[in-house]
Design a protein around this ligand. Structure first.
Ligand code: PLP
Length: 425
C-alpha cells in the first residue's frame, strides 16, 4: 500500500487504485463515468490540520464554498465546525441547505447584487467583505433601509505578487479585487460615518495555488500597517481575514507549505507585531478539498498518430476545466495496474475544441474500456463544470471508510433543456 500525491486516502491495494476502502474501477462500473469521487476522510483530515495549527489563537476557519459546493461536502465541514466563505446568494443558500448558519459566513466578491446583500443581511451574515467605495455606499443604503446593521470588513488589495498563474492572482494593483491599499484609511473613516455599517475587520486574499509563504507574510505586514494606522485614529478592528489560496501538490515536484507552516508563520508575525489578540480568519478552499477528489473517466478510443497519440476519454473540459482554462498540470493514473508497457498519450475529451485536453504527453498503459483517474481534482472541478456540447454534468460520490454515498446524481438529458421554450407554431 503506498499513498499517492501526499493523500494517505488514495492508495494502491494490489493492482487496484483505491480511495479510502473503495477500488475506483468498481465505483466507475457501479455509477458510470465521468464520475467525481471524494474522500470524506481526506477532507476532515485537512480541516483538522488547520484547526490544530490554529489552537490557542483566536480564529475562525471558513471553507471557501466555490472550490466544491456539493451539499454533502458543505455538510461535512458544518459537522467539523467550520464556517464558510461565500461569493454569491446561491452559495449562501447552499450553506443553509447543508445545515450551516449565516452567522458563520463571510460574504466576499466584487459585485454583490442588491438582492444578495439584502438576502445576506436578513439571514444574519457574520461579515460582508466590501471591495469598493461604491459597495460601502450600497451596503450602507440597504442596511439602513431595512433597519439592519451590516457587519463589514474592507478587503484591501495589498499589491503583492503571489507568484501564481495570472488568472488566479488577485492581490495585484492590476487585479479587480479589493480596495487599493492607499485608499483604505480614507474608506475606513468613511465607513465609520455611514449609517447601517458596523466596522469589524480587515480582509485580504492574494490569489490561489500559492506555493510560498513569503507573499502571505508580505501581505500580512501590509495589512497590519493599516491595522496600526487605524488604531492610532481610534478605529479598532477585531478580526483580520487573510483569505485562502494555499497551494496543493498537483505533481510530485510541487512542494507547497503545509497549513501548519502557513498558520505558524502568520501567528509568529502577528505575535511579533503585538497583535496576538486579533481574531485570525482563514478561508481555505483548494487545500481542504483538492487532494480529496478524483475524476474518473473511461477510455473510449485510442487514436495513435504521426505526431501525437490521443487517448480519448469520456470526461472533457466541461467536466474539468482547469487544464483548458489555466493549462493546469493534473496527474492521471490508470485505476488498475497492468503489465502492458506504457506509450505516450495526450488524454483528451470528446468536446469540439482543441483546448479540450486533460493531460498531455503522459506515459500510460491504456486501452479502450480502461478507467483513468485524474488525481487531485476535488477543488475547482465539479464546481466549474458546464453543460457545453450538451453534456450532462458528472455524478458525484463521497466515500467514507467502507460507506459509499451518491451525493449528486448524474444530470439527465431532459434536465439540460427543461428551462427552454419552443417558439409558438
Ligand atoms: C477563492 C477564494 C478563496 C479560496 O481560495 P483557495 O485558493 O481555494 O484556497 C478564499 N477567499 C476568497 C475571497 C476567494 O475568492
Amino acid at each position: 500500500m503506498s499513498a499517492l500525491q501526499g493523500n494517505p486516502f488514495l492508495t494502491w491495494r494490489d493492482a487496484q487504485l483505491c480511495l479510502e476502502d473503495q477500488p475506483l474501477a468498481a465505483l466507475a462500473e457501479r455509477f458510470g463515468t465521468p464520475l467525481y469521487v471524494y474522500s470524506r476522510g481526506a477532507m476532515r483530515t485537512a480541516a483538522a490540520g488547520y484547526q490544530r495549527a490554529l489552537a490557542g489563537q483566536r480564529h475562525r476557519l471558513a471553507y471557501a464554498v466555490k472550490a466544491n459546493s456539493n451539499l454533502a461536502v458543505l455538510q461535512t465541514f458544518v459537522q467539523q465546525g467550520l464556517g464558510f466563505d461565500v461569493v454569491s446568494g446561491g452559495e449562501l443558500q447552499r450553506v443553509l441547505a447543508a445545515g450551516g448558519k449565516a452567522a458563520d459566513c463571510v460574504f466576499s466578491g466584487v459585485g454583490k447584487a442588491d438582492a444578495e446583500v439584502l438576502q445576506a443581511l436578513r439571514a444574519g451574515i457574520r461579515c460582508i467583505n466590501v471591495e469598493s467605495e461604491a459597495e460601502l455606499h450600497q451596503v450602507s443604503r440597504i442596511a439602513s433601509a431595512s433597519g439592519l446593521a451590516a457587519p463589514i470588513a474592507l478587503r484591501v488589495n495589498p499589491d503583492i505578487d503571489a507568484g501564481t498563474h495570472p488568472y488566479i492572482s488577485t492581490g495585484l494593483k492590476s487585479n479587480k479585487f479589493g480596495v487599493p491599499h492607499a485608499d483604505a484609511l480614507r474608506l475606513y473613516r468613511l465607513a465609520t460615518t455611514l449609517p447601517g455599517l458596523a466596522v469589524q475587520g480587515i480582509a485580504c486574499h492574494i490569489g490561489s495555488q500559492i506555493t510560498r509563504l513569503a507573499p502571505y507574510l508580505d501581505a500580512l505586514d501590509r495589512v497590519l500597517d493599516l491595522v496600526d494606522a487605524l488604531a492610532a485614529e481610534g478605529i479598532r478592528l477585531s478580526h483580520l481575514d487573510m483569505g485562502g489560496g494555499l497551494g496543493i501538490a498537483y505533481s510530485a515536484t510541487d512542494d507547497p507549505p503545509s497549513p501548519q507552516a502557513l498558520v505558524g508563520g502568520l501567528r509568529e508575525r502577528l505575535d511579533a507585531r503585538g497583535h496576538h489578540g486579533l481574531t485570525l480568519e482563514l478561508e481555505p478552499g483548494r487545500s481542504l478539498v483538492g487532494p480529496a477528489g478524483v475524476l474518473l473517466a473511461r477510455v473510449i478510443h485510442t487514436k495513435p498518430g504521426a505526431e501525437k497519440n490521443f487517448c480519448i476519454v469520456d470526461a472533457a473540459m466541461n467536466d474539468l476545466a482547469r487544464p483548458a482554462m489555466y493549462e493546469a498540470w493534473m496527474d492521471v493514473s490508470p485505476c488498475v495496474k497492468t503489465a502492458t508497457p506504457p506509450a505516450r498519450w495526450d488524454v483528451v475529451g470528446p468536446v469540439c475544441e482543441s483546448g479540450d485536453w486533460l493531460a498531455r504527453d503522459r506515459d500510460l498503459a491504456v486501452q479502450p474500456g480502461d478507467v483513468l483517474a485524474v488525481l487531485t481534482a476535488g477543488a475547482y472541478g465539479m464546481s466549474m463544470a458546464s453543460n457545453y456540447n450538451s453534456r450532462p454534468r458528472p455524478a458525484e460520490v463521497l466515500v467514507d471508510g467502507t460507506s459509499v454515498h451518491l451525493v449528486r446524481e448524474r444530470e439527465t438529458l431532459p434536465a439540460l433543456y427543461a428551462l427552454e421554450h419552443l417558439l409558438p407554431t
